[in-house]
Design a protein around this ligand. Structure first.
Ligand code: MN
Length: 128
């Protein structure tokens, strides 16, 4: 007899070239989510296509393709239609949030991540 629905852990892709930030985000989320790290946009575009995550955290400042270019590629992939993409960026100037939302990101998180709960909340809002 089942005691309730069995809900598979959701998967969060973390696209971030800085290893320390990848570890930090992973440490904050891995108790609740499967965290799949990608060190570059190119890796993320291929990996997310093969194995679509439930949400993508996407750094903006990346070597090669930057986050806005990566977003366009992700949005052009029918396999990833409907997967929320959250900008993760050190760009915390006034108006940054509105700018990233206007670009098509679903949400925006400023780095450095000072309050782990802010990151958890942004992910939970989309996935719970
Ligand atoms: Mn970066």
């Amino acid at each position: 007899m089942s005691t309730g629905p069995i809900v598979a852990r959701r998967t969060v892709a973390v696209v971030e070239d800085n290893a320390d930030n990848r570890l930090l985000v992973g440490a904050i989320l891995e108790g609740t989510y499967n965290v799949v790290p990608y060190p570059s946009g190119q890796d993320a575009i291929l990996g997310c296509h093969r194995s679509p995550p439930d949400l993508i955290l996407l750094d903006i400042s990346l070597p090669g393709m930057d986050g806005t270019q990566v977003l366009r590629a992700l949005r052009a992939d029918p396999a990833l239609a409907g997967v929320p993409v959250v900008a993760l960026t050190a760009d915390a100037m006034t108006g940054a949030r509105d700018m990233y939302l206007a670009m098509g990101f679903d949400d925006y998180i400023a780095k450095p991540i000072v309050h782990a709960q802010d990151l958890r909340d942004a992910v939970d809002r989309r996935l719970k």
